[in-house]
Structures are given as structure tokens and as C-alpha cells.
Design a protein around this ligand. Structure first.
Ligand SMILES: Cc1cc2nc3c(=O)[nH]c(=O)nc-3n(C[C@H](O)[C@H](O)[C@H](O)COP(=O)(O)OP(=O)(O)OC[C@H]3O[C@@H](n4cnc5c(N)ncnc54)[C@H](O)[C@@H]3O)c2cc1C
Ligand SMILES: *[C@@H]1O[C@H](CO)[C@@H](O)[C@H](O)[C@H]1NC(C)=O
Ligand SMILES: *[C@@H]1O[C@H](CO)[C@@H](O)[C@H](O)[C@H]1NC(C)=O
Ligand SMILES: *[C@@H]1O[C@H](CO)[C@@H](O)[C@H](O)[C@H]1NC(C)=O
Ligand SMILES: *[C@@H]1O[C@H](CO)[C@@H](O)[C@H](O)[C@H]1NC(C)=O
Ligand SMILES: *[C@@H]1O[C@H](CO)[C@@H](O)[C@H](O)[C@H]1NC(C)=O
Ligand SMILES: *[C@@H]1O[C@H](CO)[C@@H](O)[C@H](O)[C@H]1NC(C)=O
Ligand SMILES: *[C@@H]1O[C@H](CO)[C@@H](O)[C@H](O)[C@H]1NC(C)=O
Ligand SMILES: *[C@@H]1O[C@H](CO)[C@@H](O)[C@H](O)[C@H]1NC(C)=O
Length: 525
């Protein structure tokens, strides 16, 4: 099956994407899959196709009819199936898109740019979780969701946890590939910082572990972004020790702009500096009600209520925290609470959560925004349509790890990240451009207050506004120029780590089989 690809590379150093070659496909995808024993796949003519394709599309902008659809959706049931799909897709000249939880902000796990024919490999059936509580480790298949992992951990031992995010339907595959920030990251760092080993399927369908893939690739796959290195079949995670009972709270506050600005301003001097056991984030939606603005604080403390009270009473009296605002529960119960679920069992439900049309962007703040500017920002925000900002505190373990330990570089010196979002329902689709336009103008407005040269961003909050590859017409047709082009946004996600990612890419996937609109390009020798 490598025949067509090898020819392409030898004859022309400029074509990075094998499927752009004019060579005839060696096979038809359905016959290739069937002859290799892969039975669970769906073609556009089949009744199940749309339901299956839609099933984990989280951002409905990318489910609209005008968005190009895959030639097939394949659901591997085993590691061997996965290997065969990777080979068949290449024999059939299909680009590959890998999907775990489908939460890519830009739909990159189930779309292609430029109408390239493609197949989706959906890992929903590769969702096994194996906990070893004696060694505090877990082997987890990439198609598991965060909720499925949390549930399995909770079943095994109430004092074990995994450093992951709050939305239970996010897939392990994409989440860990991009770093993975969550409520215990100030204590235990990112999900990707807790990866001990992994099994990566390369373009030839070889299953490589940490030892056989080499240091650069094992480094790159822990935060260098999904869809770049191959398909991660499974991960071995370090689980962490947490108290049997922890403390959680969600506080809503409302008031005039100045009042909300005062709370946000003060938070900048508290959130990033609290003891590592504390997570205290800020969420501020757009809009006003009778001239008042609202905000909410989400808190989690790895300790009892009295610890939470004494520290926050002292460091943040303006919060007016009352003991009755706090609840104690196990860590796994807290994950269900923060995911907005009624019970721990719902963590295993992959279909919960409301789907919307959305657009997001991100920033990092390195020095506190003044009170005067905070007021202006809250004013700007309050006039916006259907949006929000979420401020996630860094510091703690996030600041203690080296920026080059894994590709995720946003460590010491970052006080907090900002996530900007707008979201809407189908009935408001006529206003989509207006909503997205507002988000972009707010982002432009924020430039003076956030990181510069480059203005940094978080790869899991993927944002195609920062720039895109064009594999159909790679810049000037040379891979060197593709790398220069990709560096323009790549350094915003990865800072100085970008060039090592290019080296890792060149090693593991020199033919650029695993590509997407913002993937890392390989260099050719
Ligand atoms: C509601 C919501 C909440 C979120 N909360 C957080 C949060 O708290 N913290 C945080 O850090 N991020 C958060 N994110 C961002 C999230 O981490 C990313 O969108 C992540 O990429 C989603 O992973 P996925 O598997 O669900 O997505 P997918 O769309 O399936 O995949 C995302 C990317 O990874 C690739 N990929 C998927 N699986 C594999 C695999 N096995 N091997 C190789 N590549 C793969 C895909 O091709 C795609 O490019 C959130 C997103 C949403 C929508
Ligand atoms: C791909 O095509 C090559 C050449 O025809 C063939 O040898 C190989 O078995 C095919 N691979 C699969 C998975 O069918
Ligand atoms: C593969 O072959 C089948 C049956 O011959 C046909 O229905 C299908 O359209 C073909 N698929 C592609 C992608 O060419
Ligand atoms: C394919 O996988 C889906 C999702 O798990 C499942 O519902 C379906 O029964 C499977 N079909 C076959 C033929 O294995
Ligand atoms: C798939 O999603 C699109 C966009 O939301 C919608 O129009 C379509 O009805 C959905 N199809 C199914 C079968 O759910
Ligand atoms: C649960 O894990 C903790 C370490 O985090 C360990 O001390 C304890 O013995 C474990 N309990 C069981 C029942 O395995
Ligand atoms: C605005 O919020 C304040 C609390 O800060 C409250 O006292 C006041 O009643 C609110 N005004 C309206 C109109 O809701
Ligand atoms: C955990 O907290 C709950 C609620 O406060 C309490 O009922 C329970 O006894 C606590 N459990 C432990 C082990 O401390
Ligand atoms: C490819 O890029 C070149 C240079 O930017 C441009 O002139 C040309 O029109 C592009 N071709 C296509 C098919 O997009």
C-alpha cells in the first residue's frame, strides 16, 4: 500500500499530502475494509450514516449540510481493526480524520478543508479503562470519555483521581493530545503531564510504545495537538491521590459593572496564588439584567470545608463566602457536579449535554489588568451578544514545570488563561456572522492586556482564525514554506517548542498522512 505514496515523495518533494496525487486509488474503501475483516462502518447511502456522523459532533456549525461529509465513518472494534483502517484509508486515497469525543472547537475530527475525500475513524468503541489501584495507574483507550474514566476511577478507589477537565463527554484522545487542563491542574498539572506510556499507530499501522517511538515523538504526542502524529490507541496515566472528601462550590454574583469589575480585579491577585489545593475560576456572561451584570465563581478545594473557609476568608473577603455555600463530597461526585450531571452514573453517558453552534478563542494574561481597564472590559462584555469569558487560574504546579517538558509551553509567568466564547441555537443562525464578528472584535479589544510577541493561545481551544495550512496548494509548493507558514500560528500555541514538533513530525509521519487545517508540517530531507 505504500507504493503510491513512495512514488509521490520521490517524484515531487513539494506535494505534502499523498491524497493530492493524481494516482488512482488502489482500492475501494468498503471492499478493503471488508476484506480485512473490519465490519463496523457506515457509507453515506446507509440509514445509520447521518446519525452516526452527528452522534458526537459537538459544535453544530460543522454539522450543517454545506460542510463536506466523509466517504465513510468507520468504528474500529479493536486495535487490529484500527491498524487495518489506517492502511485501507491510504490504499483508497482517503484523507484520515480521527475522532474520539468530537469536541474539537473547529470540527477538525470530522471535516477537511478543500473538499478532500476523507474517512472518519471514530474511536467510540475503543473506550476500555483498566485501573490498577495498587500502582495508581490506568491504561485507557483513546475513545473513552473523561466521564467514563472518572467513573471507573471512582468505582475502584474514592481517593484516586485523574487530572482532567469538567465536561464529561470530552474524549481522552483529543483532550490529552492537546495538554488537558482541569480543576486539579494547579496541584497535579495537565493530563499530558501525567502520561507514563502510550500506544501510537503510525502511518504504516505499526503500534509503537514509548520505547519504540523515540523521545521526540513521545514528547510531541503529549500536548502537541491531536491528529498530527498518528492515531493514539491508548494511554497509560499516572493517577493521583486526593482526600476522600473534597470541597466544592459555585457562587453567583450580580451587581453593577463596577462591582463585578472589582471582584474580577481582585481575583487576579488571589486565584493564581492560592495554595495548590485550590481551584477558583471566574465565568462572566455577556448581557445585563436591569443594568446589573452577573458572574460566577467555580471552586474546588482538595480538603475539608474549614480549610476552604479559612483560606478564602483571609485571602478574598470580598467574595463573602458563607459556609452554607460549600459542599463536601468525593472527587468523583465532584466531577459529576461540575459536569452538570444528576448522578455519578451519568458520567458514562456519552450523549448528555446540549449541543450548540459556537466559536471560541483564547489568551494568556501575564500581568494583572488594572481596575480602570477591568471596568472597560466588563462594559464591553456586557454589551455583547450570547457570549462569555472564562478565566482559569494558573500558578501552583502549572508554574513549576519547565516550558519545554512537553509541547504545552504556558507555564511560569502566566497568571491565568482566558477563554472567549459565543454560542447560539439553530433559530439564531441568521446572526452567526454577527456573533462571531463580535467575538473577534472583543478579542482585538483585549490585545493590550494579554501576552504579546507572540500573543499566545491554547491548542485545545483551537482557533482557525490564527491561520491555516492549505495542503491542496502548500505555500509555494515547498515544505520549507509550509513550515514557515505554520510557524505563524504554531508558535502562538507552542512558543519555542514549535521547531521540535516539526522534527518529531518529520520522524513519525514524513509523508504527512495525518494532517489537518492546523497540523504540524513535516520537513523533507
Ligand atoms: C464543552 C467543552 C469543554 C471543554 N473543556 C476543556 C477543559 O476543561 N480543559 C481543556 O483542556 N480543554 C477543554 N475543552 C477542549 C477539548 O480539550 C478539546 O476540544 C479536545 O481536542 C477535545 O477532544 P475530543 O477527543 O473530544 O475531540 P475530537 O474532536 O474527537 O478530537 C480533537 C482533535 O484531536 C484529534 N484526535 C482525537 N482522537 C485522537 C487520537 N486517538 N489520536 C490522535 N488524534 C486524535 C482529532 O483528529 C482532532 O484533531 C473543552 C471542549 C468542549 C467542547
Ligand atoms: C494496500 O495495497 C497494497 C498494494 O496493492 C496491498 O499489498 C495491501 O495489502 C493493501 N492493504 C490493505 C490493508 O488492504
Ligand atoms: C465501493 O464499491 C461499492 C460497491 O462496488 C460502491 O457502492 C461504492 O460507491 C464504492 N465506494 C467508493 C468510495 O468508491
Ligand atoms: C458498531 O458500533 C456501534 C457503536 O458502538 C454499535 O451500536 C453497533 O452495534 C456496531 N455494529 C456492528 C456491526 O458491530
Ligand atoms: C444532523 O445534524 C444536522 C445539523 O444539526 C441536522 O440538520 C440533521 O437533521 C441531523 N441529522 C440527524 C439524523 O440527526
Ligand atoms: C486507595 O488509594 C490510596 C492511595 O491513593 C491507598 O492508600 C488506599 O489503600 C487505596 N484503597 C484501596 C481500597 O485500594
Ligand atoms: C443589582 O445588583 C445589586 C447587588 O449588587 C442589587 O442590590 C440590586 O437590586 C440589583 N438591581 C437590580 C435592578 O436587579
Ligand atoms: C464526607 O462529607 C460528607 C458531607 O459533609 C459527610 O457526611 C461524610 O461523613 C464525609 N466523609 C468522610 C469520609 O469524611
Ligand atoms: C496556489 O497558490 C498560488 C500562490 O499563492 C496561487 O497563485 C494559486 O492560484 C493557488 N492555486 C490554487 C488552485 O489555489
Amino acid at each position: 500500500m505504500m507504493h503510491a505514496i513512495a512514488t509521490t515523495l520521490v517524484l515531487s518533494f513539494c506535494l505534502l499530502h499523498p491524497t493530492t496525487s493524481s494516482a488512482q486509488p488502489l482500492s475501494n474503501i468498503s471492499s478493503c475494509l471488508l476484506s480485512n475483516g473490519v465490519r463496523n462502518f457506515s457509507l453515506p447511502a446507509s440509514a445509520s450514516y447521518v446519525t452516526l456522523l452527528n452522534s458526537s459532533i459537538q459544535n453544530l456549525r460543522f454539522a450543517l449540510p454545506e460542510i463536506g461529509k466523509p466517504v465513510t465513518v468507520v468504528i474500529p472494534n479493536s486495535k487490529v481493526d484500527l491498524q487495518r483502517v489506517i492502511l485501507c484509508a491510504q490504499n483508497s486515497s482517503l484523507a484520515i480524520r480521527v475522532r474520539s469525543g468530537g469536541h474539537s472547537y473547529e470540527g477538525l475530527s470530522y471535516t477537511t478543508e478543500n473538499h478532500v475525500p476523507f474517512g472518519v475513524i471514530d474511536l467510540m468503541n475503543l473506550n476500555r479503562v483498566q485501573i490498577d489501584s495498587a500502582t495508581r495507574t490506568a491504561w485507557v483507550e483513546s475513545g473513552a470519555t473523561l466521564g467514563e474514566l472518572y467513573y471507573a476511577i471512582g468505582q475502584s478507589n474514592q481517593s484516586l483521581a485523574f487530572s482532567g477537565g469538567s465536561c464529561s463527554t470530552v474524549g481522552i484522545g483529543g483532550f490529552v493530545s492537546g495538554g488537558g487542563f482541569g480543576l486539579i491542574s494547579r496541584k497535579f498539572a495537565l493530563a499530558a503531564d501525567n502520561v507514563l506510556d502510550a500506544i501510537l499507530m503510525d502511518p504504516n499501522g505499526n503500534a509503537l510504545d514509548r520505547g519504540s517511538m523515540g523521545d521526540d515523538v513521545f514528547w510531541a504526542m503529549r500536548g502537541g495537538g491531536g491528529g498530527n502524529w498518528g492515531v493514539v490507541y491508548a494511554w497509560k496515566f499516572q493517577l493521583v491521590h486526593v482526600p476522600n472528601n473534597i470541597t466544592v462550590f459555585i457562587l453567583d454574583r450580580t451587581g453593577p459593572v463596577e462591582h463585578i469589575a472589582k471582584l474580577m480585579h481582585k481575583w487576579q491577585f488571589v486565584g493564581p496564588y492560592l495554595p495548590d489545593e485550590f481551584y477558583l475560576s471566574v465565568y462572566i456572561p455577556t448581557g445585563t439584567s436591569n443594568g446589573n451584570v452577573s458572574m460566577s465563581f467555580t471552586g474546588q478545594v482538595l480538603g475539608p470545608k474549614r480549610f476552604a473557609m479559612s483560606v478564602l476568608h483571609h485571602t478574598f473577603p470580598e467574595l463573602s463566602l458563607a459556609e452554607s455555600d460549600l459542599s463536601e463530597m468525593s472527587w468523583v461526585e465532584s466531577t459529576a457536579r461540575f459536569a452538570g450531571l444528576n448522578s455519578v452514573v451519568d458520567l458514562t453517558n456519552r450523549q448528555l449535554g446540549s449541543k450548540q453552534y459556537s466559536k471560541s478563542k483564547s489568551d494568556y494574561v501575564r500581568s494583572p489588568i488594572s481596575m480602570q481597564d477591568t471596568i472597560k472590559i466588563i462594559q464591553y462584555l456586557s454589551n455583547g451578544p450570547r457570549g462569555f469569558i472564562q478565566l482559569d487560574p494558573y500558578g501552583g504546579a502549572m508554574a513549576r514545570l519547565e516550558s519545554s517538558k512537553i509541547p504545552f509551553p504556558h507555564r511560569a509567568g502566566n497568571l491565568y488563561s482566558i477563554q472567549y466564547g459565543v454560542s447560539w441555537q439553530a433559530s439564531q443562525n441568521d446572526h452567526a456572522d454577527e456573533f462571531i464578528g463580535w467575538l473577534r472584535s472583543f478579542y482585538a479589544y483585549m490585545a493590550p492586556y494579554v501576552s504579546k510577541d507572540p500573543r499566545a493561545a491554547y491548542v485545545n481551544y483551537l482557533d482557525l482564525d490564527l491561520g491555516t495550512n492549505n495542503w491542496m496548494n502548500a505555500t509555494d509548493g515547498t515544505s520549507d514554506n509550509s513550515v514557515v507558514h505554520a510557524r505563524s500560528w504554531g508558535r502562538r500555541y507552542f512558543l519555542k517548542n514549535f521547531d521540535r514538533l516539526v522534527r518529531a513530525k518529520t520522524k513519525i509521519d514524513p509523508g504527512n498522512v495525518f494532517n489537518n487545517a492546523q497540523s504540524i508540517p513535516p520537513l523533507q530531507y
